[in-house]
Ligand binder design. Structure first.
Ligand SMILES: NC(=O)c1ccc[n+]([C@@H]2O[C@H](COP(=O)([O-])OP(=O)(O)OC[C@H]3O[C@@H](n4cnc5c(N)ncnc54)[C@H](OP(=O)(O)O)[C@@H]3O)[C@@H](O)[C@H]2O)c1
Length: 317
C-alpha cells in the first residue's frame, strides 16, 4: 500500500508516498480501508518538531483520524465492509495512523456509523467534530440560552464549533486575529478582531471556548461573566503551558475553568454527533478536498495556511 512514513522533522516539500506492506491483522485491532482523512494542526506540530520526542514511534505513519470501511475485522465482531470512523488513542503517534491506504487500529478507537454523507464530508468529522462536541457539551455544558465565545475561530475546530452552537440556537461571538478573516466568521452573531485583549470588550459571555490557548487564557477568564465556564481546547497561540499560573488570582471568583482532550473518543459522543448532524440536516464544514495523490499539496496548503477550514484528503474509488 502507499503511505507517508516519517522518521524525522519533515517539510511539506519532502512529503512522499512510499510503498509499505499492508499491516497484518491482530486480535483487538481492525484493518480499515481508508476512504478519507482530515489534516490536523497537531500533525503539523508532529512533522515540525514533536517527531523528535521519545514517545513517538519511529518510523511512523502520521494521521490521527479517518473515515473508511472495515477491510478485516479480526476478532472484533464488526462486519467486513462496515462504514466506520476512527480517531486518536495514540493513532499516528504511538502506532501508525491514517496517511495510508490501510490503517490497523485498536477496536476501541473505531466506531461503526450509519451515514449517507460522502467520504470527503465524513473525512472532516472524526477529530474535529468529536473535539468540538466534547468541548461544547461535555465541558461547557452548552445550552440554548448561552452566549458562547469562540476565541481563535478561524480554524477547522472553530468553524465546526460555530456550526454546532448556531444549530443549537446559541448566541455566538467569534474572534479572529486577522481583519481580512472577519468575513469568514460572519455566521456568528458578533465577529470580533482579537488584538489580544477582550477583557472589558465583551458583554454577557456565559461559555467560552479558547482555541488560542495559554497565550490568551488569562484574558479569556476575565472577559467572561461571573458564573461562566471557560474551556481550554486549542493551542493556536503557540504557547502550550502556562508557567506561573496562579489559580487563586488568575481564575476570577465564580468563573469555572475546564479543558478538553480528544484522546478518549466514546461511542456515546460519536452517536450524539451523528444524530445531531442528521436531525439538524448539517453538512459538516470542510475547507478544501485533495486527492491522496496530492497529499503533499494538502500538507503544503496546511503549512502555508492557505485553506480556511478543514483540509480533507480522499482516496479515489
Ligand atoms: N484539545 C484537543 O484534544 C484538541 C483536539 C483537536 C484540536 N485541538 C487544537 O485546536 C486548535 C485548532 O485545531 P485545528 O486542527 O482545527 O486547526 P487548523 O484547522 O489547522 O487551523 C489552523 C489555523 O488556525 C488559525 N488561527 C486562528 N487563530 C489563531 C491564532 N490566534 N494564532 C495562530 N493561528 C490562529 C490560523 O490561521 P490564521 O492565522 O490565518 O487565522 C491557522 O491557519 C489547535 O491548536 C489544535 O492543536 C485540540
Amino acid at each position: 500500500m502507499r503511505a507517508v512514513v516519517l522518521s524525522r522533522v519533515t517539510n511539506a516539500a519532502d512529503i512522499r508516498l512510499s510503498e509499505v506492506p499492508v499491516p497484518k491483522v491482530r486480535p483487538g485491532w481492525v484493518l480499515i480501508k481508508v476512504k478519507a482523512f482530515g489534516l490536523n494542526h497537531s500533525e503539523k506540530l508532529l512533522r515540525q518538531s514533536e517527531i523528535q520526542a521519545d514517545y513517538i514511534r519511529k518510523p511512523v505513519i502520521p494521521g490521527i483520524e479517518c473515515a473508511g470501511e472495515v477491510a478485516d475485522p479480526s476478532d472484533t465482531g464488526l462486519p467486513a465492509g462496515q462504514k466506520v470512523i476512527a480517531l486518536m488513542g495514540g493513532m499516528g503517534r504511538s502506532f501508525n495512523g491514517s496517511y495510508a491506504e490501510y490503517a490497523l487500529l485498536p477496536a476501541q478507537n473505531v466506531f461503526a456509523i450509519e451515514s449517507d454523507l460522502p467520504w470527503e464530508v465524513l473525512g472532516a468529522v472524526p477529530e474535529t467534530y468529536f473535539t468540538a462536541w466534547g468541548s461544547l457539551f461535555e465541558c461547557l455544558c452548552l445550552t440554548v440560552g448561552d452566549t458562547l465565545l469562540i476565541r481563535g475561530a478561524t480554524c477547522a475546530l472553530g468553524y465546526a464549533a460555530m456550526q454546532l452552537a448556531k444549530a443549537l440556537g446559541c448566541k455566538v461571538i467569534a474572534t479572529t486575529h486577522r481583519t481580512e478573516k472577519l468575513p469568514l466568521i460572519a455566521a456568528a452573531d458578533e465577529s470580533i478582531l482579537d488584538g489580544g485583549r477582550l477583557t472589558g470588550v465583551l458583554r454577557g459571555v456565559t461559555k467560552a471556548l479558547d482555541l488560542v490557548g495559554p497565550r490568551s487564557l488569562k484574558d479569556t477568564l476575565t472577559a467572561v461573566e461571573k458564573g461562566a465556564i471557560v474551556c481550554q481546547t486549542g493551542i493556536l497561540g503557540g504557547i502550550y503551558t502556562l508557567n506561573g499560573f496562579d489559580p487563586i488570582k488568575d481564575i476570577p471568583n465564580g468563573v469555572y475553568l475546564t479543558g478538553f482532550f480528544s484522546n478518549y473518543p466514546s461511542r456515546k459522543i460519536i452517536d450524539e454527533i451523528f444524530a445531531f448532524i442528521h436531525e439538524k440536516k448539517l453538512i459538516p464544514v470542510c475547507g478544501k478536498v485533495f486527492d491522496f495523490e496530492h497529499l503533499r499539496d494538502a500538507v503544503a496548503a496546511q503549512e502555508e495556511g492557505t485553506v480556511n477550514g478543514k483540509i480533507v484528503v480522499v482516496m479515489k474509488e
